[in-house]
Design a protein around this ligand. Structure first.
Ligand code: GUN
Ligand code: ZN
Length: 315
């Protein structure tokens, strides 16, 4: 159930029920790497994180994690008692050119490890895909979402269609009755990476105009805090961030206005607990791992803080 409590422009302040949990939206699903947890889950919880997301493909690929997660379930394995969203590996197929993953098997694995929100293997559509290719990928994606519906109740319905607005519209109309837990707008990461915000806005508005209003909408891969306000104003309710961690690994310091290179700063322009007790000269004396941990913490504070700012602005 998704209840809308307040609104401003197309932004919604909502309360979303996921299994036995109720969470506030707009929200950010924090990406947790099953193989490498730099920030302990209890620290995330204290910051105000209400939802985490992890990748069932990565868990399934490695025999050790596959065994442990199958036996203990996601929640005990990740030490998180709140809701957990799982992605399917679609984005890995796109970014690492992997071969096609078996939809049914991936869905059943997410069910087995007790995911709260299950994602089918949608087919990632690239900005360069022409109408014919994008249409073929969309048809396959819709087929896989319907297969998910036949297997589980708590599924996510990704909207593909690439840059073709007519296809995005068709996708939304064809999926209007599948009754998912959430709709997600997929294939938008390249537009954000290339700062193509006009096109991104057109895609989101087309989807929003054709989806039933009483479901939350996830902007898949929208991870930089600088886009949260924009995408919320267009009607998105859920974001996910691996950015806080990926940026930290390459020495990048996130702000709501953009990304800075930590090594080039003379002062940290932030009052989060990490920045408040670290000077730039102390940062420079840190080991690589300590630097990454500091930046991960700061990036996470900025990410979660911006979501709170966005919610309060709607109120
Ligand atoms: N992560 C970023 N983009 C996507 C997408 O289009 N589909 C899925 N499943 N995950 C994503
Ligand atoms: Zn900070």
């Amino acid at each position: 159930m998704f209840e809308i409590i307040d609104r401003d422009a197309s932004a919604r302040l909502g309360e979303w029920t996921v299994g036995k949990h109720k969470i506030k939206t707009p929200t950010i699903a924090i990406v947790v790497n099953p193989n490498r947890q730099v920030i302990p889950p209890e620290v995330m919880k204290k910051m105000g994180v209400e939802l985490i997301i992890t990748n069932s493909y990565i868990i399934n690929k490695k025999p050790e994690t596959r065994k442990m997660f199958s036996k203990r379930g996601l929640h005990a394995s990740l030490n998180w008692d709140g809701p957990i969203y799982t992605d399917s590996g679609t984005f890995q197929m796109f970014s690492q050119s992997l071969k096609d993953l078996p939809n049914k098997k991936i869905i059943q694995f997410q069910k087995k490890i007790k995911s709260d929100i299950i994602t089918p293997v949608d087919v990632f559509t690239l900005p360069k895909d022409d109408l014919k290719i994008a249409k073929k990928k969309l048809t396959e994606t819709i087929k896989r979402i319907k297969e998910a519906k036949s297997l589980v109740r708590n599924f996510n319905a990704p909207i593909q269609g690439g840059r073709h607005l007519a296809l995005r519209k068709q996708a939304c109309q064809k999926l209007a009755k599948v009754d998912p837990l959430i709709y997600s707008i997929g294939g938008i990461v390249p537009y954000m990476e290339q700062y193509r915000f006009t096109k991104l806005g057109e895609i989101i508005l087309t989807c929003k105009g054709n989806l039933p209003p009483n479901y939350p909408v996830h902007a898949f891969g929208a991870g930089h805090p600088m886009v949260f306000a924009f995408l919320t104003a267009l009607g998105c309710d859920v974001f996910d961030s691996a950015m806080y961690s990926l940026a930290a690994q390459r020495g990048a310091y996130l702000t709501v206005r953009g990304t800075l290179e930590a090594a080039s700063l003379r002062e940290f322009p932030c009052t989060c607990p990490a920045c408040s007790c670290t000077t730039v000269s102390y940062f420079k004396s840190m080991s690589l791992y300590q630097k990454e941990k500091f930046l991960t913490l700061h990036n996470l504070y900025v990410t979660v803080g911006e979501i709170r700012t966005v919610r309060q602005a709607i109120r």
